[in-house]
Ligand binder design. Sequence first.
Ligand code: GLU
Length: 387
Amino acid sequence: MSSSVTLRSPRMSGTPPALTDFGRIVVKVGSSLLVDVEAGGVKEAWLASLVEDLAGLHRDGRDVLVVSSGAVALGRSLLRLPKGPLALEDSQAAAAIGQIALARIWAEALGRHGITAGQILVTLGDTEERRRYLNARSTIARLLDWRAVPVINENDTVATNEIRYGDNDRLGARVATMASADLLVLLSDIDGLYTAPPGIDPSATLIPVVERITPEIEAMAGDSASELSKGGMRTKIEAGKIATTGGTHMVIASGRIEHPLRAIAEGGRATWFLAAGNPVTSRKKWIAGSLEPKGTLTIDAGAVAALRRGKSLLPAGIVRIEGEFSRGDAVLVRGPDGFEIGRGLVAYDAADAERIRGHSSGDIAGILGTHGRTAMIHRDDLVLGQG
Ligand code: GLU
């Protein structure tokens, strides 16, 4: 996929990038911004102002993608369902009614600016399985070649609790890295990441730029979610990890104002999460964004240092193995303090991994009776976070 806008490097220490630095932008819109539950329907004036901003970016030659929540919220408002949690079948059926309305609303709003919308509904398996991931990626690429704006949501009508993203923050991040976007904008009912949850701690201050997602940053996220949207700050930080390790910058900004993208462009309040400077291969982006790692490998400090020097993860450095995984599955790699330092595709199943854990690679054949791979995770199959 190519981009017609020339970028200057947005990675300047401590300085927030400008919206015009980016050539391919994914904008995630939360349910509570879009849907007026009391009045029943969509907040038309607000949507028109957002779409005007999107159309401006599109006119300047940028590729624009929208990840829109609101299927369930719109469906339940059209059906006038009572407040409170919905049973699975109810939310699936509400999404079926809401999604068709949502698609029409986006198509009409973009159409008023001469822009064609294309709807994509994805399930978790569409991004977790490499073949389907590549498929979805080429569809997006073709839509962008045609200058259409993909409007993406989870296929909530078939998603069940076990097999769903559940929140569109992580879905947005997954889509952004899949589409090789250079920026993900999360429009939400909060204008950024605060040093503490602002509703609880009045001395909390907004952090304008996060260069790396460290354990301290994670601790600031708290666990709040608004009534309509699924994603609290925690899922936004998870989204930030997926995006930034996949080479996509991310910005969280308030969508409670009209022209929310113009506000970001004018330097309004927001938190920017900067991506690593070095390019990430497409395969590594996919590994970095795996949402359902099947297990966890906890490693010692020496192994952490070796990985940071670009080495593969050897069995000798592994202190603990958790989870039921098969060879080739995605697993989390944690340091001695438990902090996630990366993700990778493991070369052994859980049982064999347990048997060779802590042993030098030369002993593998003796223990397993076959000559297996030297590394538990080869460096080509490993993506380190920035922490
Ligand atoms: N996919 C859900 C919907 O469209 C929204 C998930 C979220 O709010 O993050 O209703």
